[in-house]
Design a protein around this ligand. Structure first.
Ligand SMILES: Nc1ncnc2c1ncn2[C@@H]1O[C@H](COP(=O)(O)OP(=O)(O)OP(=O)(O)O)[C@@H](O)[C@H]1O
Length: 329
């Protein structure tokens, strides 16, 4: 991986879940798509080895999803409940495997072992030990992830605690429902700290603001924005109906609905696309909230106009090029 940062790209991701055949929902096992290096050095997917199944009792959670996240930027995955946000994050983080499609890191097929070392994944639910203090929690993660002498570990932990803005509660227990501890917002910060102690190039977060009031949510995204810029991290997160002040901090938005990408690009471009389908953004309303509220209209309008905005990938000179075009569905 390049020192200056990690570009993470998902190409044509399809993810299916078996829902009826067994009592327990399970992931469909199919032959894993193989990436091959062509004679000219290009990376491509070996179609012959990619098998896509479709049968009854199978839910197609992600459908031909393309996305790209760049260093020093935040890519926010938005969409209604059940759109596929968590599934996409899991696939990008290497925690789940798609039936087809591929993940590229700096335009090379992902090396899962290497990517694990260079990334952090913060789950939606905090999994912290309630009886440890904030400092002990971060030190525990530091000892697991870093091979450094105790002195250096201590100074790393101290400076991270400062960066996370949790110095005032460093010696407070995390707590849980039975033992009173730190607040929900502080708990989120500690969970993020646990995943960034090793200074990963990529940070993936599933709903980092869920359950928080709007001020605490803004403070968390503000902190992540600062981290992306100061550490050169690539941040990919999912979020439910972010308010206006939060949306402004995102560089790119991926709007998912029912596993399909309805928009991938900047906020401004989202506004343009909404206008293209005849939707005028009301004053003082977050473009993302408006887009999520208007998903049905967007889909209907797209069908009526028989046009769809798609990303077309092509290879030129050893690099993937991305162009947008309108096609008939
Ligand atoms: N292991 C599984 N078994 C059965 N269904 C699943 C599984 N994983 C995901 N799904 C289904 O896939 C769809 C997408 O789920 P996912 O959790 O990715 O959505 P989401 O956008 O993150 O939703 P939310 O915002 O509510 O967390 C949902 O309908 C969900 O029920």
């Amino acid at each position: 991986m390049k020192k200056q940062g990690c570009e993470v790209e998902g190409i044509d991701i399809n993810y299916m879940i078996r829902t009826k055949a067994t009592d327990q929902p399970s992931i469909i096992i199919s032959s894993t798509p193989q990436l091959i290096r062509e004679e000219d050095g290009h990376v491509a997917q070996d179609e012959a080895k990619t098998e896509e199944r479709s049968c009854s009792g199978v839910r197609h959670v992600l459908k031909n999803v393309n996305c790209i996240a760049k260093p020093r930027e935040i890519l926010a995955i938005v969409g209604p409940s059940g759109a596929g946000k968590s599934s996409l994050l899991k696939i990008l983080a290497g925690k789940a495997s798609s039936q087809s499609g591929c993940i590229l890191v700096n335009q090379e097929p992902v090396d899962k072992a290497q990517f694990k070392k260079n990334s952090g994944y913060v789950t939606q639910k905090d999994t912290l030990f309630p009886l440890l203090t904030v400092e002990e929690t971060i030190m525990f993660s530091a000892k697991l992830r870093l091979c450094l002498p105790q002195e250096q570990l201590c100074s790393r932990v101290k400076s991270l605690i400062l960066e996370l803005g949790v110095s005032h509660i460093a010696r407070t227990r995390i707590g849980d429902d039975r033992v009173r501890g730190i607040s929900d917002g502080e708990r989120r910060r500690v969970s993020i700290g646990v995943e960034i102690i090793h200074d990963p190039k990529v940070l993936i977060l599933d709903e980092p603001t869920s359950g928080l009031d709007s001020t605490s949510a803004l403070q968390i995204i503000d902190m992540l924005k600062l981290m992306a810029e100061s550490r050169g991290q690539t941040i990919i997160l999912s979020i439910h109906q972010p308010e206006y002040r939060i949306v402004k901090l995102f560089n790119t938005i991926l709007l998912l609905s029912n596993g399909i990408v309805l928009h991938h690009g900047t906020m401004d471009l989202l506004g343009v696309n909404l206008r293209l389908v005849g939707l005028e953004l009301p004053l003082h309303v977050s473009v993302v909230e408006f887009a999520i509220d208007s998903i049905e209209t967007i889909q209907q309008q797209q069908k009526c106009q028989q046009f769809m905005l798609v990303f077309e990938k092509s290879k030129k000179g050893g690099k993937w090029l991305e162009t947008r075009k309108y096609i008939k569905p």
